[in-house]
Design a protein around this ligand. Structure first.
Ligand SMILES: [Zn+2]
Length: 115
């Protein structure tokens, strides 16, 4: 039984083992990105999948100080995602794990790896 406020899903043992192995191998990098558990790793994978699936939904406006401004075309809203303490925080969803923070991580990584 999961603790209050959580739900569980059932995975094949082989799928779970693959996820755990990938998480363990990338743990240092993931922790710098605010992913500090296997479940937040899975949430990140899902949000990345949703962003990819709905490519064209999000449009990146700009980055200023610690804010990544995104236009969510599906919602017709401008969304500010704050980057603070190695975490992305979506002001609209009031969450660190949503489609906007997933998209913001992608933008952040893109700019960080630029020469
Ligand atoms: Zn959001």
């Amino acid at each position: 039984m999961p603790k209050r406020g959580f739900k569980s899903i059932t995975l094949k043992e082989s799928v779970y083992a693959d996820l755990e192995k990938t998480y363990r191998q990338n743990k240092a990098i993931l922790e710098r990105e605010g992913v500090d558990s296997l479940s937040s790793f899975v949430a990140r994978i899902i949000s990345t999948y949703i962003v990819d699936k709905e490519s064209g939904r999000m449009q990146h406006f700009n980055i200023y100080e610690n804010v990544i401004r995104i236009k969510d075309k599906k919602l017709g809203r401008i969304v500010d995602v704050d980057y603070r303490k190695d975490e992305m925080y979506c002001g609209l969803c009031e969450s660190t794990d949503c489609v906007h923070t997933g998209y913001a991580w992608g933008i952040y990584k893109h700019y960080r790896t630029m020469p």
